[in-house]
Design a protein around this ligand. Structure first.
Ligand code: C2O
Length: 346
């Protein structure tokens, strides 16, 4: 059976990590409505590469995030509540509905990962667009798979901006001691020259997207059905690397729980999270263009798995994976940029 959405009325404190400290990230709850695809007449929202945006875009984006941060705590669209969506779905705040003994709901480490995050961004973006009254507003994506995107995008690194988050690894900021993105970063990695770092990143991308992801389960991760406890080794190629490595790379490792980006409970507090996931989502679309058999699952236990999100009108919406597969139907697209890793060989 497919994974069921949580019962929000039974949300309980989330666990930050091994030491057992908890965080309260439960959302308000209300009646649900079923998700409907946006009208095909809605304008496409074309997500730009974060390192290529202009001043007018930055102003608009900053304004939208400021307005979201200014919403009161009882508004499910507030930045705080939106960040907590991730905490609640990832750090054990929900038990799977109807399963005894209880099994935590976890949307990482399996085939659930890509569609969950696609919907998360979809609603986050529509809330921002509504706050600035711009139906074309689109989040930027962090183009870490290109040589020009190999740093934290500058728009997130200005301490005066609402896009800034003070809780990051200082050495990995632009201008820090090792600012170049290392897509398979491990904590002891040495700094490379930009050229050598790019070669390494290109190989990582090729492995994770092309040579190492020829089958669905390799790319998406292992199946997770109702009652299954997510297995930390079930993740697909891209979820593990670079997605996971970059979370840890951005977070502050001197903190016990590696906030913000380095822990699932706090990652959504960093505006960079949504930009990082823009590129992750873009990789799902790209993967499907890379060769035969690179198609979505057809198993109803995947297609009918469902989640709950608040939309731009504060309505709680029940969304099934089956409605998330085609970004164009969601009126979402990505700025086209060069893809330089397709032919790399290790
Ligand atoms: Cu839900 Cu990047 O993690």
């Amino acid at each position: 059976n497919p994974l069921q959405p949580p019962d929000l009325s039974k949300c309980h404190p989330a666990i930050k990590g091994d030491a057992g400290d908890t965080a309260d990230c439960c959302p308000p709850f209300s009646d649900q409505i079923e998700f409907k695809l946006p009208s095909p007449k809605e304008p496409m929202r074309i997500r730009p590469a974060a390192h290529l945006v202009d001043k007018a875009y930055i102003d608009k984006y900053e304004k939208a995030i400021s307005l979201m941060k200014a919403l009161p705590d009882d508004d499910p669209r507030s930045f705080k509540n939106q960040a907590n969506v991730h905490c609640a779905y990832c750090n054990g705040a929900y038990d799977q509905v109807g399963i005894t003994p209880s099994v935590a709901l976890q949307i990482h480490f399996s085939w659930i990962f890509f569609p969950f995050h696609r919907y998360y961004l979809y609603f986050f973006e529509r809330i921002l667009g509504k706050l600035i009254d711009d139906p074309t507003f689109a989040l930027p994506f962090w183009n870490w798979d290109s040589p020009d995107g190999m740093q934290i995008p500058a728009i997130f690194a200005d301490p005066a901006s609402p896009l800034y988050d003070a809780i990051r690894a200082p050495d990995h900021l632009p201008g820090g001691s090792s600012p170049l993105v290392d897509l398979d970063w491990s904590r002891s990695a040495a700094s490379l020259t930009p050229e050598a770092q790019w070669q390494s990143n290109r190989d990582v991308m090729h492995t994770q997207m092309v040579s190492g992801a020829k089958k669905r389960t390799l790319f998406f991760g292992t199946p997770l059905k109702a009652g299954d406890l997510a297995d930390g080794n079930g993740q697909g190629t891209l979820e593990r690397t670079p997605h996971g490595n970059l979370h840890i790379w951005v977070g502050d490792l001197t903190r016990e729980y590696k906030e913000d980006m380095g822990n699932l409970y706090s990652a959504g507090r960093d505006p960079l999270f949504y930009c990082h996931h823009g590129n992750v989502d873009r990789m799902w679309d790209l993967w499907k263009t890379l060769g035969p058999r690179r198609t979505d699952f057809t198993d109803p236990d995947w297609l009918d798995a469902a989640f709950l999100f608040y939309d731009e009108n504060c309505k709680l919406v029940r969304c099934k994976i089956r409605d998330s597969l085609d970004n164009e139907k969601l009126r979402t697209g990505y700025q086209s940029v060069p893809i330089l890793w397709k032919d790399s060989k290790r």
